[in-house]
Each structure stands twice: as structure tokens, then as C-alpha cells.
Design a protein around this ligand. Sequence first.
Ligand code: 13P
Ligand code: SF4
Length: 302
Amino acid sequence: MDEYERITQLKIERNAIILAHNYQRGEVQDAADFVGDSFGLSQKAVSSGADMIVFCGVDFMAESAAVLNPDKIVLMPELNAQCPMAAMITPEALRLEKQKYPDAAVVCYVNTPAAVKAESDICCTSANAIKVVNSLEEEEIIFVPDRNLALFVAAGTEKKIIPWNGYCPTHHLILPGDILLEKEEHPDAKVLVHPECRQEVIALADKVLSTSGMLKYASQSGSKEFIIGTEVGLLHRLRKENPDKIFIPATKYAVCPNMKMNTLGSIIRALEKKEHIMKIPADIRVKAKLALDRMLEAGRGD
Ligand code: 13P
Ligand code: SF4
């Protein structure tokens, strides 16, 4: 029996599903029941009838699945798969920021710990950040933790955005020179970048999209070549779903080491041993769920 067959067997035994983010290793994506962006994964976690969810992504994603599904067991195969950007804000720091701007609403990117979500009015993902901000009554918005996404939102809204100073170390590896170099070699290619990229990179893009937004755009576009400014794991699906098109990573160095921790072996171990169960304290879970539910009600933007 190979690893895929063993995973299928265990999934049936446990009534489990496997959710994987678009940045996971190709073989992990191929073993998953659903592969998507943060928004799609949150939606899928809620709509699934499974008893157990094996979440192949990073900590904040498994936490969100646990917050949204208090009756299901959510397993995180590798405990060290933690998003460094999510660790750039704490609930204590956010409480201080709220004191400075008492009239502001707080929008938190899903890349945050559950305890920060619990201090926020609403969550957003890269797929719906502008839509979420524009849906609020308040004119001032504290936006945490990603500064680049906050500035991207600020350019697409009339509201005053107060950005936090966090960033994604992986997306910061993509430099304007990388895009310009690839553009020189592929002048007809469309440049698609993630809003976590540096402002100078965003300025060179044809489209700024979430990972699933890029998948949708690439499949519907008449263009044949695309320069992709995001974590390289997305190339697996882009190429698999569009075999007649050419996808060029902006840089091969844009690898998120945390996203790459999950393997087929760790999925098997997670299902066999029922580890590691994601547990969120009840007071945090209830408040964080409100912010996530509001985000899901707002819907996708791209
Ligand atoms: P998406 O929601 O676009 O998939 O992005 C999640 C993420 O962690 C980006 O670094
Ligand atoms: Fe976090 Fe960046 Fe990795 Fe996404 S790519 S999980 S934001 S470190």
C-alpha cells in the first residue's frame, strides 16, 4: 500500500477530510480533498460534514478551522508550521492601538492568532480585504498585521487606514528587479502578484490577487504567459490546471518554509495518532468566531 492509499484508508476510518493551502507541497495538495486560499479553506471547513479536519497549512489557518467548528476535531500535522507574520501582533499590542484610535474599527487579516481575532471587529483575507473595509460604517480602520495589504487596501478605499507594521518574510523576498528581469524575457506575460508583496512590486503588477484569485484569472485570461509574484507552491496548481499556459515564478526563492513542513508522512501520523489537536480557549473562540463569521458573510471579493 502506498502513502496515498494509506491516507485514503485512514480518512474513511476517521471520517476525516484533508484541507490544504495553495502553498503546500505538490504531493500534499494531491492528497487533499480541497485545496484553496485562506477564504476558501475557511468556507470549506464550515461546510464539510466530516468529524475530523486535517489542516495542511500554518497555525492560524488550523486555528480558524477550530474556531469555526467547535464540534469537529481539527488536526495540525506539524506544530511548528507557524506563520511569522501572524506572530507580529499580540492581543496586548492591539488593545493599546485601539486606545489610541477609539473611533476606529479593527480589521484583522486572517493571518493572526485567534486571540487577536477576538479583539477585532471583523477578519478579512487577501481575497476580500477592500470589500470588508468598505462594508464597515466607521471611517477609520486599524488594519493588522500586514502593512503591504493595508496600503493596498488604502489605495482602494476612501476610508482612513491605520496600518500595523507586520510583513510576510517570504513575499518580501520578491524584489522589483525580479519582476523587471522576467518582464524583459517574457514581454507578453501578465504579472500577477499577491498583496503581501512590497509596494514597489505591487506597482509593477497587472493584477493584485489572492492565490485562488490568481488561479481564476489565469484560467479565464486569453494570455498564455504569467509571471507569478507569490509563494512558489501555487505554481503546482497553476500548471496542473492550465497545461497549455506558461507560469514563471517571479523568483524561485519565494518559499515559505513553514508551509512546506507538512508531508504525506506527517498526514499519516496525524490521522493515526489523532495529533495535534487544535484547542482554543472558549472565551477567545466565541469572540474570534464573530469576527470570522462576519468575514464569511461579507463574501469573496476577487
Ligand atoms: P491567500 O489567502 O491568498 O491564499 O494567502 C494566504 C497567505 O498566507 C499568503 O501568504
Ligand atoms: Fe505567513 Fe508569508 Fe508563509 Fe503566508 S507565505 S504563511 S504570510 S510567512
